[in-house]
Write a protein that binds this ligand. Structure first.
Ligand code: NAD
Ligand code: UDP
Length: 336
């Protein structure tokens, strides 16, 4: 049985669908601070059977001990976390408590339950402003915000733990920009309030929930002046977790740090054009000032994940836009 903390969230739901379809049993664990129980019912509809989901908080040792008593867990994929960069600057204690404190409590509970295989949701945020792209895993780590520092701290905790207790197998996955949705259109990204991220903002403009997109910066040193990122389809990301989990289940007893990206950069305006084609909807936009803290351009080097995990992203920007639109057009108000 594989435990997915933060299991009702965007990336975990898609990962659960892939894991179940490849023969794994999963149990989800979530406090629903950024997700809804309905999402788990949708996952069950996709896989054709109920998916166990326990409500609880990773900061609660009582909740976790109960979970490890109830289920025989072979490995954990630790998705639970808060992820809004701006909010992390305004509420640093909440972010350190939830992301770092929660991870510590989880690791203690795992150690007690003798579960020593973990796949951790890290982020390309740990690199901060890179010297060059594509970014290899060996690049300097200098996160530019509180959120990124919480991810780097948990990476370091896991490295220290594995040094002290070499029985542990640890995969640190640094995601680039996840977008897209399951091809069924039953699950997808459903942020609370005004989306911080580009794709959900674009899809909400397309369904008429927002009048226009603001493009943050038109004067970057990029081909069209807008920011460039490595967008990765969430189903490819899910498959990367399947590969990392299979690696951990072989008990390699080491730490593997891998980028999960496509290795390709696209600009904001590339994405808008591709989305317009995929959806047949016009996306009105206005170029405004740069967003504080944004980097002009970066994308990941996916070579190590290919060599060590045998995993490569396969889906195109067109696939990402088509599936994001399929999800949002079928669910204009998300899971509401
Ligand atoms: P999400 O918010 O959809 O999912 C996170 C889930 O964790 C939510 O369902 C939330 O309710 C749950 N959660 C949060 N704190 C919890 C706690 N203390 N106890 C139990 N459950 C808790 O976000 P996502 O996009 O699916 O991200 C999953 C993970 O991947 C996060 O750790 C995030 O930081 C990381 N990540 C996301 C991105 C991205 O752009 N989406 C990029 C890099 C890394
Ligand atoms: N972006 C934008 N308008 C928005 C949201 C984002 O122009 O409403 C740009 C942002 O400046 C960056 C890219 O889209 O160049 C991706 O931003 P996002 O917040 O999705 O991810 P990040 O790379 O910041 O993690």
């Amino acid at each position: 049985m594989i435990l997915l903390t933060g299991g009702a969230g965007y990336i975990a739901l898609h990962t659960a669908a892939v894991l179940i379809e490849t023969g794994h049993d999963v149990v989800l664990f979530d406090n629903f601070c950024n997700s809804k129980p309905l999402a788990v019912e949708r996952l069950a509809a996709i896989v054709g059977r109920p998916v166990p989901c326990v409500q609880g908080d990773v900061r609660s040792r009582t909740d976790l001990d109960g979970l490890f008593d109830q289920y025989s867990i072979d490995a954990v994929i630790h998705f639970a976390g808060l992820k809004a960069v701006g909010e992390s600057a305004a509420e640093p204690l909440r972010y350190y408590d939830n992301n770092v404190g929660g991870s510590l409590v989880l690791l203690e509970a795992m150690q007690q339950a003798e579960v020593r295989r973990i796949v951790f949701s890290s982020s390309a945020c740990v690199y901060g402003e890179p010297d060059a792209s594509p970014i290899p895993e060996s690049a300097a780590l200098r996160p530019a915000n509180v959120y990124g520092r919480t991810k780097l701290m948990v990476e370091e905790i896991l490295r220290d733990l594995q040094l002290a207790a070499p029985g542990w197998s640890v995969a640190l996955l640094r995601y680039f920009n996840p977008v897209g949705a399951h091809p069924s259109g039953l699950i997808g990204e459903d942020p609370n309030g005004v989306p911080n991220n580009l794709m959900p903002f674009v899809t909400q403009v397309a369904v008429g929930r927002r009048p226009q997109l603001q493009v943050f910066g038109g004067d970057y040193p990029t081909p069209d002046g807008s920011g460039v990122r490595d967008y990765i389809h969430v189903m490819d990301l899910a498959d990367g977790h399947r590969a990392a989990l299979d690696w951990a289940l072989r008990d390699p007893r080491e730490v593997l740090t891998a980028n999960l990206g496509t290795g390709q950069g696209y600009s904001v305006l590339d994405l808008v054009r591709s989305f317009e084609q995929a959806s047949g909807r016009a996306i009105p936009y206005r170029i405004v000032a740069r967003r504080a803290g944004d980097v002009a351009a970066y994308w990941g080097d996916p070579l190590l994940a290919r060599q060590r995990l045998g995993w490569t992203a396969r889906r195109t920007l067109e696939d990402m836009c088509r599936d994001s639109w399929n999800w949002q057009s079928r669910n204009p108000q998300g899971f509401a």
